[in-house]
Design a protein around this ligand. Structure first.
Ligand code: TXA
Ligand code: MG
Length: 324
């Protein structure tokens, strides 16, 4: 060991990005920003590095990881793309869309990445820091959200530090994530396209290109994606949804004009103007802040179930789900 202080905080400068890429090539764990959330990256072809991701997060081994590559050409090396996958990639990559496609036989990817499934989840992130790291690393990078399994996803380097501490070798400090919610995940392994996780790429936008998409992600009794365990994104405080006012001992997460709603020891607004993009970008950091205010319960105002609101409500329902 070098005796270096862990985690190393690496600035998003050209030299820093090269150092991050070197650490990844050496089998280390490096957290870095994407446009959605911070990812906990490791070389997806290195079994030990991938195993270290599961250990650092306390993630169940049956929950597979997303492989990140810089472009569609690189994605072709790791997944089998049909016309639908190709059309979606052309339209939405780089961007907040993950596609689950068949995994080629004799792939060099660690089997742990797919958690024993014969499919692989692939994404091309749209963030200059992620792009630079992926290109410099020259390897596919497995990267789940950089938080402990089941907890709130990180949208700032500070969140990563609070969540993973010295269980990560380095954190690339690239500021706040613009989207703020994890990527949309769509399963293209069967004849029917299935939405596994709602995100910023909306079902209608995909249906315009590839026809009907089955929305199964909202159905907690049919978790097609191993990661869609019901309780997830959970702060320490209990979460109460669709609150029109807050009790005196609750923190209050509001949405839209909130001057005339009542209660709440501490109050944070997701978007005063009722803008869903702004609300998504603020969701995880506001949940963390309210948690840190010490309240034992967080009341949440209703969010409209339209557009990005579907993805926000998906995360909120899981945050509010009974904990095991
Ligand atoms: O926005 C994102 O997607 C972020 C950033 C870092 O890219 N990553 C992320 O990874 O959210 P993670 O591991 O927290 O979520 C991956 C999701 C899980 O629900 C997992 O079960 C699902 O994708 N998944 C991965 N591989 C799969 C596969 N082969 N079949 C079905 N679902 C899969
Ligand atoms: Mg996650």
């Amino acid at each position: 060991d070098t005796g270096e202080k862990r985690p190393a905080l690496i600035p998003a400068t050209p030299a820093g990005l090269n150092r991050a890429a070197e650490l990844l090539r050496a089998g280390r764990l490096v957290a870095f920003p994407t446009e959605t959330v911070y990812g906990l990256g490791a070389d997806a072809t290195d079994d030990r590095a991938v195993a270290a991701i599961f250990a650092a997060k306390g993630r169940p081994q049956f929950n597979p990881l997303i492989v990140h590559v810089p472009d569609l050409a690189a994605a072709h090396s790791w997944g089998l793309f049909d016309d639908r996958a190709h059309d979606l990639a052309t339209q939405f990559w780089p961007g907040p869309l993950t596609m689950v496609v068949p995994r080629p036989a004799n792939s060099a990817l660690s089997l742990l990445v797919s958690a024993g499934l014969d499919s692989i989840a692939i994404r091309v992130p749209n963030h200059p820091v992620a792009q630079a790291i992926l290109r410099a690393a020259g390897k596919p990078i497995a990267a789940p959200s950089a938080n402990c399994s089941g907890a709130v996803s990180p949208t700032t380097p500070q969140h990563v530090l609070e969540s993973l501490g010295d269980r990560v070798d380095a954190i690339v400090t690239g500021g706040k994530c613009m989207v703020g919610l994890e990527s949309t995940v769509i399963d293209l392994t069967g004849p029917e396209a299935v939405l596994l996780r709602p995100g910023a790429v909306l079902p209608d936008e995909m249906e315009r290109l590839i026809g009907p998409v089955r929305l199964s992600a909202g159905d907690p009794t049919a978790p097609k994606s191993p990661g869609q365990l019901e309780s997830h994104y959970a702060p320490n405080a209990a979460v109460r949804l669709n609150a029109s006012s807050a009790e005196e001992d609750e923190a209050f997460l509001t949405f839209g004009p909130d001057r005339f709603v009542f209660g709440g020891t501490t109050r944070l607004n997701l978007s005063l103007e009722g803008d869903l993009n702004e609300a998504a970008a603020n969701l995880f950091s506001h949940l963390r802040s309210l948690d840190q205010s010490g309240a034992r319960r967080i009341a949440v105002m209703p969010i409209p179930e339209v557009g990005l609101g579907m993805a926000i409500n998906d995360r909120l329902r899981r945050a509010a789900a009974p904990r095991s």
